[in-house]
Write a protein that binds this ligand. Structure first.
Ligand code: 5GP
Ligand code: MG
Ligand code: MG
Length: 183
């Protein structure tokens, strides 16, 4: 399942490739129904959400536009600072558009809270959030993710786009990073 050289770096696999695919398919059906007859623009923040974006977009049996933004929250730490700087802005004008933010994970929610306010100020017709994962700590900030994949334990996870110091993004499954890797 896992590549041999990373097997001992994960203490546990949380979701397999097949489980992730099934969940994204389920979310895609909801999104298709909710946006029927309306345009849809998917926006993801690099780099963590690239896998979710690629797979969710292809599960949607309809026309969508996609765009990416790059933000920086400083360093390779395992905790979010909430201090966000735009490194690459969107190419597409959001005014009057139905925008769906596609996210990998909501932890403290600080990044998404910042992003939601930033995008809202560009006057989209609508703005919703789709996140594959959410941690219990997310409850501290009020992030209303209309489309949510899995609620996960409060552990540092990697794989399927999620990194630790830029590694593990290309794992097909999502797992808990073993503490010996970062301590
Ligand atoms: P938040 O602002 O909600 O605390 O999280 C912001 C970012 O921190 C996420 O988009 C993600 O890039 C990173 N992050 C939060 N929790 C985890 C985690 O468990 N694993 C990894 N790899 N990144 C995380
Ligand atoms: Mg993210
Ligand atoms: Mg990261």
């Amino acid at each position: 399942m896992l590549p041999e050289d990373v097997e001992s770096d994960l203490s546990r696999v949380l979701y397999s490739e097949a489980e992730i695919k099934d969940k994204l398919r389920e979310l895609a059906r909801q999104i298709e129904a909710d946006y029927e007859g309306r345009d849809l623009l998917l926006i993801a923040v690099l780099k963590g959400a690239v896998m979710v974006m690629a797979d969710l977009a292809r599960e949607l049996h309809r026309d969508v536009e996609i765009d990416f933004m790059a933000v920086s929250s400083y360093g390779a730490s395992t905790h979010s600072s909430g201090v966000v700087r735009i490194v690459k802005d969107l190419d597409i004008d959001l005014a009057g558009r139905n925008v769906l933010i596609v996210e990998d994970i909501i932890d403290s929610g600080l990044t998404l809270d910042w992003l939601r306010h930033n995008l809202q100020s560009r006057n989209p017709a609508s703005l919703e959030i789709c996140a594959l994962l959410r941690k219990p700590t997310a409850a501290k900030v009020d992030i209303d993710a209309k489309y949510l994949g899995f609620d996960i334990p409060n552990e540092f996870v990697v794989g399927y786009g999620l990194d630790y110091a830029e590694r593990y993004r290309n794992l097909r499954s999502i797992g808990i990073l073993a503490p010996h890797v970062y301590s």
